[in-house]
Design a protein around this ligand. Structure first.
Ligand code: SF4
Length: 349
């Protein structure tokens, strides 16, 4: 392995989305709190990028920043989000509305809270067409909605079209959310924020298969956000690991699983279930402690308090920078050369 002098992660040669130095802050009692800290990330055409980390690491805020759907109290204080040559952070809201749901779409974790309970599934899918293709006649909108429902594996789509969300199972509701996300146009980037977390394991696998199939058919970029490394192991081409608002490791999926370098990535891997585990382990029990309070971060490495490889020098007072350890494999750790996985992770889900 060789380290280089580059300072930001390389991605695909012609990215669909190019996030540069993104910084997001919330107001705090003692001043602004940085929840996304100078994140650089790219996703290429036809690429699935898995973004992993525990709750509170900034993954969802990163997704919402791309979509410009951040809470009103939050502020983007730096960076650019380039999509098809435009900086999504600076275009006017009407242009952003045109892009959102048409060229970029988002799917959220819990379909029951994203779907409107008082409208039928058909209403909610065709509403997207009304917004993005207003010239379509109602019967054509209905026809396209039913075709889309069929394409994403909803059985009896004409019947489902007239049903309300509460009449559907969690898996079908999530398929409806996918139909809503994709029907608006030629989606170039799909952001899926914990899209399978609320589903049972069998349905999870079916929905992940559906994502992979749709992504390949449409050659779209997919940003798949999850706290569960086993989900990205099954689907992603590249993986970015986020901790306390910063990216700490980025690599193609094989390199990451064969040669994880950041202690946090190792902790996530060691928390994966292995054959013989009984009962299934809690996901995060291999990592002691919790994500630090972002309003009161340590001066050096943010993982310091939880890291079994820490040393006072240099970890305590010097923030590690992202460093390229091999082609396309980046890590933010002073001691990555000394760290070897204690045992290889096995993914069984
Ligand atoms: S820099 Fe030090 S404390 Fe931080 S992850 Fe690496 S070894 Fe652990």
């Amino acid at each position: 392995m060789s380290s280089t002098s580059s300072t930001s992660p390389d991605g695909p040669a012609s990215p669909v989305i190019d996030i540069q130095g993104l910084e997001l802050r919330f107001p705090g009692e003692s001043g602004p709190v940085t929840v996304i800290d100078k994140v650089d990330l790219t996703i290429g055409t036809g690429e699935i990028l898995g973004l992993v980390g525990e709750s509170g690491c900034g993954k969802s805020m990163l997704a919402r920043s791309i979509m410009r759907l951040i809470p009103v109290s939050a502020r983007v204080t730096g960076g650019r989000v380039l999509f098809e040559g435009q900086d999504l952070l600076t275009i006017d809201e009407s242009e952003m509305r045109r892009i959102r749901g048409n060229r970029i779409a988002i799917i959220l974790q819990e379909p029951m809270t994203s779907l409107n309970p008082v409208f039928t599934v058909g209403n909610q899918i065709t509403e997207v067409l009304s917004t993005h293709q207003p010239g379509l006649k109602p019967e054509e909108r209905k026809k396209r909605a039913i075709e889309m429902m069929e394409r994403i594996g909803i059985q009896f789509p004409a019947h489902r079209f007239s049903q309300y969300p509460h009449e559907l199972s969690g898996g079908i509701r999530q398929r409806v959310m996918i139909a809503i996300a994709l029907i608006g146009g030629n989606v170039g980037l799909l952001v899926a924020d914990e899209p399978t977390t609320a589903l049972d394991v069998t349905i999870q696998a079916q929905i992940l298969e559906l994502f992979v199939r749709l992504q390949a058919e449409q050659r779209m970029a997919l940003l798949l956000i999850t706290h569960d490394l086993s989900v990205v192991a099954q689907t992603a081409h590249r993986v970015a690991v986020m901790y306390a608002g910063r990216l700490v490791e980025i690599a193609d999926v094989i390199s990451l699983f064969e040669n994880p370098l950041h202690p946090y990535t190792l902790g996530l891997m060691n928390s994966l279930p292995r054959p013989g585990d009984r009962p299934r382990k809690s996901h995060m029990d291999a990592i002691p402690g919790t994500v630090p309070n972002l309003a009161n971060l340590p001066p050096g490495c943010q993982f310091f308090d939880r890291c079994e490889h820490r040393r006072d020098e240099p970890c305590l007072n010097t923030m590690p920078q992202l460093e390229e350890t091999a082609d396309g494999h980046w890590v933010r750790c002073h001691r990555w050369r000394d760290i070897q996985p204690s045992s290889s992770a096995m993914v069984t889900t």
